[in-house]
Design a protein around this ligand. Structure first.
Ligand SMILES: *Cc1c(COP(=O)(O)O)cnc(C)c1O
Length: 376
């Protein structure tokens, strides 16, 4: 069976973990943590980066930093992972779900302004598959209505909007190093901050509501409890693992993008009749995170996935619209979000991982093109 995903190890992970252990400092915010954070700040231009134990945690930090209180509204696409909404719900926010474009799972920026009310505090965008949302329009709206913009860039490492790295455009952004992402640490994440005004408080929230980071830098002579927060920082064991991955970032990205382009070009040439290809807008890039097809009718999908299984190919669907979830359905304002529902019903993700062999890739492509041709 060709798996849907296979976590890639660069070979240096255990060596760096041993170094972290030997250093005698394995709690958080040590040498490897600083190396990883500096790497992101220097390579992409964030004002400040803080490693977290997951992207979910980084999103929770964003909700706290945005000062979300009960009654505040946050605009979020319905076609996303639970955490994007959950982090804000935990602070008491009412989620106002936005629809996707009809040909792209990202938030349809045309629909956002009509969702803004006096209670709206923030817009959270999700760069689905690492492909950029229309950020200029979103930032213009945010400025007009004095809203915060948070980029859920969990899938969007090393991807760009008009040449700007995703995650550096909104006020804050979040990344994931879960084993299904491009760069992994098992479980892990990062908060990116682009507005200086949030840096100091972010460090405090990160360190259980204390000013311990300032203390360790020698800026103050004792530290104490001064704000809300949690234990959001990962241990050095995780950061050491992550460092081995970051050293190989370009290598990993090059390979993943190559596979993505192979899928795209071969299917484009074959002119598939029953499955649409992802759309990368002129303002965006693809970062080899995930390759998907969208069946032109919902009833095509299950048979397609089953057929691929008989050919030893593991393909999977993706998000179930959050506005229709058991947890939020009753709280949703009952607007219909047809495009989000369409991706819920029709999107299929194909295997894409660093070690996907050329033979396996050829087999997947050949199988899909033949299946599409033979469909009625
Ligand atoms: C993976 C993912 C998350 C959650 O990341 P964790 O690190 O597992 O918490 C959140 N949002 C999106 C869009 C994701 O793809």
């Amino acid at each position: 069976m060709i798996p849907f995903n296979k976590p890639f190890l660069t070979g240096k992970e255990t060596q760096y973990i041993e170094e972290a252990v030997a250093s005698g400092k394995i709690s958080g915010n040590g040498m490897f943590t600083k190396r990883c954070q500096t790497f992101f700040e220097d390579s992409y231009g964030f004002k400040k980066c803080l490693l977290t134990t997951s992207c979910t945690d980084a999103l929770e930090m964003c909700a706290i930093l945005s000062d979300i209180r009960p009654g505040d509204e946050v605009i979020i696409p319905s076609y996303t992972f639970v955490s994007t909404a959950l982090a804000f719900v935990r602070q008491g926010a009412k989620i106002v779900f936005a629809d996707s474009y009809n040909d792209n799972p990202n938030i349809d920026h045309h629909t956002v302004e009509a969702l803004i009310t006096k209670q709206t505090k923030a817009i959270v965008v999700v760069h689905y598959a690492g492909i950029a949302c229309e950020m200029d329009s979103i930032m213009t709206l945010a400025e007009k209505y004095n809203l915060l913009v948070i980029e859920d860039a969990a899938q969007a490492i090393d991807s760009y909007y008009k040449g700007k790295p995703l995650g550096t455009i909104g006020h804050m952004s979040t990344f994931s190093f879960h084993e299904t992402k491009n760069i992994i640490a098992g479980e892990g994440g990062m908060l990116g901050i682009n507005d200086d005004k949030y840096v100091e408080r972010a460090e405090i929230i990160w360190e259980k509501g204390t000013n311990r980071s300032q203390f360790f830098r020698g800026e103050i002579n004792k530290y104490g409890w001064i704000d809300t927060g949690s234990s959001f920082l990962p241990s050095e064991v995780i950061a050491a693992f992550l460092w081995a991955q970051l050293e190989n970032l370009q290598n990993i990205q090059t390979k993943r993008k190559l596979i993505w382009n192979r899928y795209y070009n071969e299917f484009k040439t074959a002119n598939l009749k029953h499955f649409n290809l992802p759309i990368v807008p002129k303002y965006g890039s693809q970062n080899g995170h995930l390759f998907y097809l969208v069946s032109t009718k919902p009833e095509y999908r299950d048979g397609f996935i089953k057929h691929l299984k008989t050919e030893d190919i593991h393909a999977v669907f993706h998000y179930l619209s959050l506005h229709a979830s058991d947890y939020y359905y009753e709280k949703h304002d009952h607007r219909v979000l047809p495009n989000s529902d369409n991706f819920t019903d029709c999107l299929i993700r194909l295997p894409l991982f660093f070690e996907l062999s050329d033979n396996n890739l050829k087999h997947i492509i050949k199988t899909i093109i033949a299946y599409d041709k033979n469909m009625a």
